[in-house]
Design a protein around this ligand. Sequence first.
Ligand code: FRU
Length: 497
Amino acid sequence: SKTSEEQLYRPNYHFTPQKGWMNDPNGLFYLNGTYHLFFQYTPFQSVPDFGKMHWGHAISKDLIKWEELAPAIAYDEKGAIFSGSAVVDKDNTSGLGDGKNVPVVAIFTYHDMKKEKAGEIDTQSQAIAYSLDNGKTWTKYSNNPVLKNPGIKDFRDPKVFWDAKRKQWVMGLAVQDRQHFYASKNLKDWTFLSEFGKDFGGHGGVWECPDLFPIKVEGTNEEKWVLIVNINPGGPNGGSAAQYFVGDFDGKTFKMDDVFTKQLEKEKVVWLDWGRDNYASVSFDNVPDNKRVIIGWMSNWDYSPDVPTEKWRGSSTIPREVVLKRSKDGYILKNIPVSQLKNYEGKTIRKEISLVSDKKLISKGEIDLSKAIIDVDLKKMTKGVYIFTLKNSLGEQVIFGIDNNRQELFIDRTKSGKTDFKDNFANRVSKAPLSKSYQNATFKIVLDKTSIEIFFNNGEKVMTEIFFPNENFSELSLSTDTKGSTLNINAHQINIK
Ligand code: FRU
């Protein structure tokens, strides 16, 4: 029934639309104290209608507590409104401003379903809309599209940023399984710059939702450019996932860094998140303090329209700050939940535990595991396995942890409750390889009713997955075949209304 779906599955603090279908985050920007999250949205049903896609809209002061607004941009005779980005046009380069208000310009893909149905190839083009009231209401530009289709089927998901050095706007576009760059002075006239990706990274599917941005290497003043490219299918554990590249951008071409090139020869693909449910991650424009914050759609095209919610489908990941670390093995784009999440930490429990075979870490009623953040610090680890089990009174469970023999992290949702809505939802244990066995390791575990986000060693390796138990999980234990390790646990309940 309705109540039980709300009680069981409506996340406590991850964003979901009240009703309807949601996929990719779109048009992310910050302006005057407010973060804007737009998203691929079909308001009138909880499965996607690709001919009638809108941009849904939600706002937040702190990236954690969201307020949903009316859909911002609706499909029209030129097509459905597919994924894209938004930029704050401070200098009114577009000329769309009115002299009083800073124009915010959204750049999106028109997808023409009539053409698709007629078997035509040139279905996707890029268009713009603008807002003169800080992102509240939007007007489509009269001369759309601003970038026509050149006769290529997959030609979408424009992500635009201001390239301050060259004083130009740059658009990254996903084109089949490649990345294209375009430049513009006014967001209306675009010229082709370059292509990237033919010989690098994953090509098991089409490239989608790219994002290129500059970022300082942690602890240095060196600047590098990171290119995130989502790919579907072809993810490390099946279906949709995000890969990234590290290099330099000279205003025209993206060139991979030599260290990263070597790293890629070994790793083949460098993944942003190894779980199955973090797709279409892209970053916000104009975030204060030069922070780079990303958010993803917490699902996977392998099964997203089939997950067992009816009123709404789709939720967002916790927003994450990314930090580029350079280690002896190469570059790592670390993901860390945004610091604002700490403001919601309520009831706290701390324990120090000497590990033997099987230990209960959190018992039923201690803190509510359907809204919790758990920091686990493992010390004096040896070869062997460290297996966390999240369970409910029905015996349903999500199992995750680290295997120090095989050198991998894993999440196993095969017994997590409702799993049979699609045969590829619980058909495997998701794994993330590690480069060594660990003696010390930390896990930040972010839990909501239907999701787990694991940030291993300060976000150096991340796994995000969803699940649908028949009762919320209420206990956490850890079992091991090792001896002599210790564990510190610092768990917080999230207080949010
Ligand atoms: C990614 C994606 C985008 C597209 C949108 C359509 O999940 O396929 O490439 O713009 O979703 O909803």
